[in-house]
Design a protein around this ligand. Structure first.
Ligand SMILES: Cc1ncc(COP(=O)(O)O)c(C=O)c1O
Length: 388
């Protein structure tokens, strides 16, 4: 705690977007002990630390199984492949998300069909997802963007009777709940990312799939490890997408602090809402799905002007995400499909993420709120009437 405060003081008043050094300073001793333990065990790939982390994260996420893999992107594509999704299949994905949600679909040879998101939350619009269902649809990917779970009941209501899978992209939602149940237990299977800045982040890359499906978990364990059923016995064409023992050992340390860190994020979110003028457009938060605030997005018609003013006040910001998924030049002809997605386009054009991490101080949040108010009062940042 003292080390964290000293580090913060050294930063010279900048309000940072993320501050992993502060977080790691709090658990430095535990991280070093985990490293020492790993050195002693020599279990560098899979092994005891991975198995222990998997058991702990499965329990945390209210799931029967957790299978650790090398990244969130690998978690998504292995989850799809383990369900046999591939060429000729379509997966419905929200048009407003990190591109990896849709890339994973393309990586297994299937087609991402992008649907619109809700104006208020930026999350998949169940009515739009339902309208996108066709004869080739195999699954719906519910992306719990920004830390808030999607409207899962509405997705299951149309997916269940049609025999469609409901899969979670929970990369931004470790510990998020929906009617009290945690992300990771809200669909047939869920993919997590442990990219360092996530609510639960490794000190490098990592990911996992959580599921109650025994057969799926067994297949995932083979797919991530070159298709091996037992040592030297390769029964399918798998990949090297294992979670490192070192990352698992470090993740175990951080998992023990996840609730405390999520609670800090939630307190920061509440303070932002209290301080910011109600005219500033923030994510709508539903009572049944309290956000764990992986990010804290606001929307401004002229976000570049707002970002400039915040920068002048020493405040870092981010954009998540622009353009909408189909707007990236990576896609070739027919590799992605979409209809009209006006809400996704608007989110992509207007979203500006304010600083959000567990170690923000109330003073810093106050500074951000003041700077936002100063920004929307400046003519260049003001758009139309009183809209922000
Ligand atoms: C919504 C979403 N899906 C997937 C990913 C991919 O995870 P990774 O970077 O670990 O591959 C991320 C994060 O990076 C993400 O935010």
């Amino acid at each position: 705690m003292e080390a964290a405060a000293a580090l913060a003081a050294r930063r010279g008043g900048k309000v940072r977007f993320v501050a992993l050094d502060l977080q790691h300073a709090r658990v430095e001793r535990e991280l070093k002990e985990a490293f020492a333990r790993l050195l002693e065990s020599s279990a560098y790939t899979l092994g005891i630390e991975v198995e222990s982390f998997e058991a702990e994260f499965a329990e945390y996420s209210h799931a029967r199984h957790c299978v650790g893999v090398a990244s969130g992107t690998a978690a998504l594509s292995l989850m799809l492949e383990a369900y046999g999704i591939g060429a000729g299949d379509e997966v419905i994905v929200p048009a407003h998300t990190f591109i990896a949600s849709a890339l994973a679909v393309a990586h297994v040879g299937a087609t991402p069909v992008l649907c619109d998101v809700l104006e208020g939350t930026g999350l998949i619009d169940p009515a739009a997802a339902r309208a996108a269902v066709g004869p080739r649809t195999a699954a719906i990917l519910a992306v719990h963007l920004y830390g808030q779970a999607c409207d899962m009941d509405a997705l299951h209501a149309f997916a269940g009777p049609r025999g469609l899978l409901v899969l979670e992209d929970a990369a931004q939602a470790h510990g998020a709940t929906y009617h009290g149940r945690r992300a990771g237990s809200l669909g047939n299977a869920a993919a997590f990312s442990f990219y360092p800045s996530k609510n639960l982040g490794a000190l490098g890359d990592g990911g996992a799939i959580c599921t109650d499906d025994d057969m799926l978990a067994a297949r995932l364990r083979r797919l991530r490890n070159l298709g091996q059923r037992a040592k030297g016995e390769h029964v399918e064409l798998g990949y090297n997408e294992r979670l490192d023992g070192l990352q698992a050992a470090l993740l175990r340390v951080k998992l023990a602090h996840l609730d405390e860190w999520n609670e800090a994020r939630q307190a920061h979110g509440a303070l932002y809402r209290q301080l910011l003028d109600p005219a500033i457009r923030l994510v709508e938060e539903r009572p049944e799905s309290p956000s764990v605030h992986h990010l804290f997005p606001a929307r401004f018609e002229d976000r570049a002007a707002v970002a400039t003013v915040l920068k002048e006040h020493g405040i870092e910001t981010g954009i998540h995400y622009t353009p909408a998924v189909h707007g990236h030049p990576a896609w070739g002809q027919d590799q992605v499909r979409h209809g009209e997605v006006p809400n996704a386009e608007a989110w992509a054009a207007e979203e500006l993420s304010l600083p959000m991490h567990p170690d923000l101080s109330p003073d810093e949040i106050e500074r951000v709120a003041d700077a936002v108010h100063a920004a929307v009062r400046t003519p260049s940042a003001r758009s139309g009437e009183a809209r922000c």
